[in-house]
Design a protein. Structure first.
Length: 122
């Protein structure tokens, strides 16, 4: 049974890749959370707490490091060794599907990440 779940996860990852999944435009935020080792509970916690953060605070000056700290405190085991690109991917996924008010800062941080790492796409 566990192998079936892992195979299903692999199937979903392959489909996401085929659909053009990237840190700029993630196909599924739930898939990102699952890939980090998170559960449905993790996903709901990230969604709910990020929504609260966005609507109860001024996040306009937040950096990738600020969001990384936020997620590491929220879900320490899942976000323990997370890379900046994954934080950007989480923010873009949440902004595009669930939390439209997150969009401006997600796009700003995406551009900052690309410039800092000399990546194409801007």
């Amino acid at each position: 049974m566990l192998e079936d779940v892992r195979l299903q996860g692999q199937i979903l990852m392959e489909m996401a890749t085929f659909l053009g999944d990237s840190y700029i435009k993630p196909v599924s935020i739930a898939l990102v959370i699952q890939d980090l080792g998170g559960t449905e509970e993790t996903f709901l916690n990230v969604l709910t707490k990020t929504h609260q953060l966005v609507h109860n605070n001024d996040i306009s000056k937040y950096s990738i490091a600020d969001f990384k700290t936020f997620y590491q405190e929220l879900e320490p085991e899942v976000f323990k060794n997370v890379h900046d690109v994954t934080i950007v991917k989480v923010l873009n996924g949440l902004a595009s599907i669930y939390i439209p008010d997150l969009y401006p800062i997600a796009k700003h941080l995406t551009t900052t990440f690309q410039l800092d790492n000399k990546l194409p796409g801007i």
